[in-house]
Design a protein around this ligand. Structure first.
Ligand code: ADP
Length: 182
């Protein structure tokens, strides 16, 4: 595990399955149509139960890339699920970096609106959406670090990485930022 204390807040990088997380909210890597797919999205809906999709359908039909919507956590330990839509990676020159940063920021803003103290993120866009892990880890961590420095909330932001590869890259990127930015 790697971590960095930023004022009153902490960023953690752990390896695991986000559907097991007991932070107040977990973030889902959703798609614009909010239709459960594979990857982390499929796992969250399977374990969380059908109430999540029912709530999603009752309130929303669509969520633009770079934004996020919230439901309750169904059967999961987390009270809320923040469904954030990251970009599909094309060539890196189609606004992907801005959209990925925006997806993280939107999720953090939802956490603030709900006055949550803790939130867990997967590595948005790095599975089916094809975002290169190294670049995605820099954007994810930099966006969170900047947000925490500015707002001093939520108190705990945890990145839960599913694969060894993603975990090792996020740890390395966090260590790099600790050296460069502290
Ligand atoms: P996207 O469509 O945004 O790329 P994916 O779900 O395909 O979303 O992948 C996003 C990331 O989530 C990938 O790095 C994948 O390894 C990871 N992932 C898959 N299942 C889980 C899980 N249960 N917990 C945490 N991360 C997961």
């Amino acid at each position: 595990m790697a971590e960095w204390q930023i004022g009153q807040c902490k960023v953690e990088v752990v390896k695991g399955d986000i559907t097991e997380e007991a932070t107040e909210a977990i973030v889902n890597a959703a798609n614009e149509r909010l239709i459960p797919g594979g990857g982390v999205d499929g796992a969250i809906h399977r374990k969380g139960g059908p109430a999540i999709l029912e709530k999603l359908r009752a309130k929303y039909t669509h969520c633009p890339t770079g934004q996020a919507v919230v439901t309750r956590g169904g059967n999961l330990k987390a009270k809320y699920i923040i469904h954030a839509v990251g970009p599909i990676y094309k060539d890196g020159k189609s606004g992907e970096a801005e959209l990925l940063a925006s997806a993280y920021r939107s999720a953090l803003e939802k956490a603030l609106e709900l006055s949550l103290n803790s939130i867990s993120f997967p590595a948005l866009s790095t599975g089916a959406y094809g975002y290169p892990l190294e670049e995605a880890s820099s954007i994810a961590l930099k966006t969170v670090i900047d947000f925490l420095k500015e707002k001093q909330a939520p108190k705990l932001v945890r990145f839960v990485l599913f694969t060894d590869d993603a975990y090792e890259i996020f740890v390395k990127t966090l260590e790099k930022f600790k050296t460069e930015l502290s």
